[in-house]
Design a protein around this ligand. Structure first.
Ligand SMILES: Nc1nc2c(ncn2[C@@H]2O[C@H](COP(=O)(O)OP(=O)(O)OP(=O)(O)O)[C@@H](O)[C@H]2O)c(=O)[nH]1
Ligand SMILES: [Mg+2]
Length: 340
């Protein structure tokens, strides 16, 4: 492959082939990816990252496609990352998305990529995080992260987004699934899609009710919960420094409600950028990311340097010569040079 600096330059000038190359290095966990990321990293990432999550079939991809169109009309450069934790090499879902997003594949201002996960949890969000930094460097204005499904991996991925949209649709049993997966907590904005179908109002109302029950502000006892709830009906504005997720109805394939969605996203972004609560959220995310990068680097380093010692110690554990705790303790002490 071409030398790293030409890939770096390519990324910085928004060259799609350089971007694809970088994504591949990251996907394959090539050691050169780490060097590349060091070189392209920028502290105040340019792109606004929006996570789109929710149950299968709710209309996420259709919504993503509609959002691409709106942002493109504003002249913004858009990247889409489709994250599919179930199938390492584009399964049916991504294939369907390709068809739905066909119109955008030929658009120079749109970059679309699916992220394979190679079956390790935590790996999904780490490599997605790395790709995001590449997209920041390429100066995309908006990145849309679509996750397929509602599991732990999806929840991790939402931590990488500035704003997370949870997409629901009537008749999918979404409410129950959402509670199970803890997806209500990660939502900054709700889109009740397929609003052209029966039951959309009921879904929106159920959602509103569930949120009201959950969102009892700190310092207010459960007995006083109803007073807190009544303040929430005032609308989606931040109350006392807290963001209250708005619930919007959309008909994705007809572009209905999408302009309102874009407006809500902009509002949430403003909340993140201008309030103390938003500053804290952003800082926590950066801290979590640093730890994730650090721990991964430590694991890689230890695996590379102590491969022999690890297999020796492993054999001792298998032979019941040593318990796994003592074995791990001895190894980690010697790895950091502390032999006491
Ligand atoms: N009636 C109606 N159908 C819709 C709407 N939005 C999407 N659909 C249809 O719903 C189906 C699923 O849409 P997708 O966009 O693939 O849903 P998804 O959430 O991305 O699905 P997965 O990626 O498989 O989880 C498609 O047949 C869409 O055409 C809507 O607002 N109303
Ligand atoms: Mg989809």
């Amino acid at each position: 492959m071409a030398d790293l600096s030409s890939v770096v330059r390519g990324i910085q000038s928004g060259d799609m082939r350089a971007l694809a190359r970088a994504c591949r290095l990251i996907d394959e966990r090539d050691p050169r990816a780490f060097e590349l990321l060091k070189q392209v990293f920028i502290h105040d990432g340019h792109a606004y990252v929006v996570g789109i999550t929710g149950t299968p079939g709710a209309g996420k991809s259709t919504l993503v496609s509609g959002l691409i169109r709106l942002y493109r009309e504003e002249g913004k450069r858009v990247a889409v990352l489709a994250i599919d934790p179930t199938s390492p090499y584009s399964g049916g879902a991504i294939l369907g998305d390709r068809i739905r997003m066909q119109q955008h594949f030929t658009d120079e201002g749109v970059f679309i990529r699916s992220i394979a996960t190679r079956g390790h949890l935590g790996g999904v969000s780490r490599s997605t995080g790395d790709v995001l930094h590449v997209l920041h460097a390429a100066k995309f204005d908006v990145v849309l992260l679509e996750t397929v499904g509602v599991g732990q991996a999806e929840l991790e991925v939402t931590q990488l987004a500035d704003t997370t949209v949870v997409v629901m649709a009537p008749g999918l049993g979404d409410d129950i699934q959402a509670i199970k997966a803890g997806i209500l907590e990660v939502a900054d904005v709700f889109a009740v899609n397929k609003a052209d179908r029966m039951g959309a109002d009921a879904t929106a109302q159920d959602l509103q009710q569930m949120l009201s029950l959950r969102r009892v502000p700190q310092g207010v006892s459960k007995m006083q919960g109803h007073t807190a709830v009544s303040t929430l009906t005032k609308g989606p504005e931040a109350e006392a420094g807290e963001w209250v997720p708005p619930i919007l109805k959309t008909v994705a394939h007809k572009q209905e409600g999408l302009a309102e969605l874009v407006a809500s996203l902009a509002k949430h972004r403003e909340f993140l950028m201008t309030t103390e609560a938003g500053r804290v959220i952003r800082e926590q995310r950066r801290a979590a990311e640093f730890r994730a990068i650090l721990y991964q680097a430590l694991i890689d380093e230890v695996d590379a340097r102590f491969a022999d010692e690890i297999s020796e110690k492993l054999q001792d554990v298998l032979d019941a010569k040593i318990d796994p705790y003592s074995g791990a303790e001895a190894l980690s002490r010697s790895a950091i040079g502390d032999e006491t």
